[in-house]
Design a protein around this ligand. Structure first.
Ligand code: SF4
Length: 347
């Protein structure tokens, strides 16, 4: 069963951005945006309790701090901002003072060369690290998304330790969306699932072992094996002929239609219902060996300390205490006659 996506609304503040990410799925969006106050009122009327300001890059919008304050005043319990981090260091304190609760950054590699290649801006990695540091120093929660591309999927595994060290609370590995700038660059950006997902799952496993809450979005359930419980879905919903009869289909996000058209469905693998049996049903199969032969009462193995006393000690052999006193002069071969006279008796 996939993790349910949290109920949190988004409010887009701007289409402008100071990065040039090669997979940007918002590139080309219309600039026309509804008035923020009006949108906030509508969301509260719908009962929405949390929201995230998005862009473009919302820190470029001069009304961001006021929008955060307005959202808190309108009663939103949690208010976040999605950001590439370029201006986060400079704005974190004002945003926190206005009531911001969390920051959602995009980090596409554990090294500057990888991240900056994806953003198209030299120095974006260093600025983002400073921004995360500033946000964490103020007590803001930080979540991070890594877009898994043809260029970074082989170098995902160092990311969990970097994110953990930076104090990031949650991580999402996301396959690119076929939209915006990513659409014409499909072959440059979109990796084959069969190649990229194993690397992504290895990184996911490292992250989970570090205690970093981690998820993956954009991969079908049949590609995720034991990590299917970490899947998030976002409306990509195309299925191939190999999905026919798949027992997982009702809970599967499938793949994007463009991916299927480009690569076919050869990487999809219908699941039998038995494979999807709940873990507790499978665990019930291990019933144990049945009655045990009782051991005699009072049979107790010695403690490790007692066992050590009974074992021979390793190390330098000591002289036999009763035969040679410490410091006694060494004896020559003739002295053997005193010790073993029988050796010298003639038969
Ligand atoms: S075979 Fe199709 S429906 Fe089944 S898990 Fe894979 S993508 Fe989903």
């Amino acid at each position: 069963m996939a993790v349910a996506a949290p109920v949190r609304a988004t409010v887009r503040l701007t289409s402008a951005c100071n990065n040039r990410c090669l997979f940007c799925c918002q590139d080309g969006l219309e600039a026309g945006l509804p008035a923020v106050e009006e949108r906030l009122r509508a969301l509260r009327a719908e009962g929405v309790a949390e929201l995230t300001f998005t862009g473009g890059e919302p820190t470029l919008h001069e009304g961001l701090v006021a929008a955060v304050a307005a959202a808190r005043a309108a009663g939103f319990a949690a208010v976040g901002v999605q950001t590439n981090g370029a201006r986060l260091e400079a704005q974190a304190a004002a945003l926190k003072a206005a009531g911001l609760t969390d920051v959602h950054v995009s980090l596409h590699g554990a090294a500057a060369a990888v991240h900056d290649y994806h953003t198209g801006v030299e120095g974006s990695f260093a600025a983002l690290e400073r921004g995360i540091g500033a946000a964490r120093a103020l007590g803001l929660a930080v979540a991070a998304t890594t877009v898994v591309t043809r260029s970074n999927f082989r170098v995902l595994s160092p990311l969990p330790r970097s994110l953990h060290a930076l104090g990031v609370s949650a991580w999402l590995l996301e396959l690119p969306r076929h939209a915006g700038r990513a659409a014409p660059a499909f072959d440059r950006v979109v990796p084959r699932l069969g190649l990229a997902v194993p690397f992504a799952l290895h990184a996911l496993d490292v992250a989970l072992k570090l205690g970093l809450a981690s998820f993956i979005r954009g991969a079908p359930l049949c590609a995720l094996g034991p990590y299917a419980s970490r899947a998030l879905f976002d409306g990509r919903k195309a299925f191939g002929g190999r999905c026919d009869g798949c027992a997982a289909r009702a809970g599967c996000g499938g793949v994007e239609a463009v991916y299927l058209a480009r690569f076919g469905d050869g990487e999809l693998n219908a699941r039998a219902a038995a494979e999807l049996a709940p873990l507790d049903a499978l665990a019930r199969l291990f019933v144990g060996p049945g009655p045990l032969h009782a051991v005699e009462a009072g049979h107790v193995h010695p403690s490790p300390a007692a066992a050590r006393e009974a074992l021979p000690l390793l190390g330098k052999v000591k002289p036999a205490a009763q035969e040679v006193a410490p410091g006694a002069a060494k004896k020559s071969g003739d002295a053997l006659k005193e010790i073993l006279p029988q050796l010298f008796e003639r038969g």
